[in-house]
Ligand binder design. Structure first.
Ligand SMILES: *Cc1c(COP(=O)(O)O)cnc(C)c1O
Length: 225
């Protein structure tokens, strides 16, 4: 069923959910960044969200964002995060288009990105589930990758990111979020990109500092052609 809510109404609902989860866990609202995930939606969705005050945007595909970037790249204060896998042969393009790459999963990719020469914020995508299709660094390899990134002067490591297996039940994600929090403490990073439309409360309870929200803001995505 198509919802007839406006973006402003949906944003208010998401903000209320974030505020309640923060209040419940004694966290301040400013500790959690709302990243608006605009993949599949046209550049206009970014412009509309920007007009409502959102500044952090997430896109999954380098090529798709390349087509939207001319319309949105110069919005003052807007920052664009790549939250989908980056192939190392697209690292230069990725570095040009994005402010943050959340999906570093190998030292080779970090090296390639650093070679592009632009100062960038990055996060390590950690693969905590067994699903073979998912990208990400194995938990055991995270400490070495942290060291490799800290050795690249162009790259600033902001934290860890993960995507648990999809489930209707947000509680299914909780153990994954707990593991990511523990791993971040072990390696001494503070940023935690975790939580999406259906499980952002659980993620905030487990320490998320950035929730990536698409559907709850923009409605259901049509499948890419
Ligand atoms: C699409 C996507 C999201 C947003 O998911 P919703 O369930 O639509 O909120 C968040 N993170 C990543 C990595 C995604 O690919």
């Amino acid at each position: 069923m198509e919802t007839t809510q406006t973006l402003a109404e949906r944003l208010a609902v998401v903000e209320e959910r974030i505020a309640r989860a923060c209040a419940r866990t004694g966290r301040r609202r400013e500790e959690v960044t709302l990243l608006a995930v605009t993949k599949i939606f046209p550049a206009q969705a970014i412009l509309d969200a920007y007009a409502l005050g959102l500044r952090e945007f997430g896109e999954n595909y380098v090529q798709e964002f390349e087509t939207k970037a001319p319309q949105v790249r110069s919005l003052p204060g807007a920052r664009f995060h790549l939250i989908g896998h980056l192939q190392s042969n697209k690292s230069r393009k990725g570095s040009e288009l994005f402010d943050v790459i959340q999906t570093i999963d190998s030292a080779k990719l970090a090296r390639r990105l650093a070679e592009a020469g632009k100062p960038m914020d990055v996060m390590i995508e950690v693969k905590l589930s067994e699903e073979e299709s998912k990208h990400g660094c194995a938990p055991a390899d995270v400490p070495a990758l942290v060291e490799a990134i800290r050795g690249e002067k162009e790259l600033t490591l902001k934290g860890l990111m993960t995507m648990p297996p999809w489930s209707d039940d947000a509680e299914v994600a909780r153990p994954y979020f707990k593991r990511l929090s523990a791993l971040a403490r072990e390696v001494g990073v503070t940023g935690l990109s975790m939580g999406m439309s259906n499980d952002l409360e659980v993620a905030i309870e487990e320490g998320s500092t950035l929730v990536r929200v698409g559907t709850a803001l923009f409605g259901r995505r049509k499948k890419p052609a």
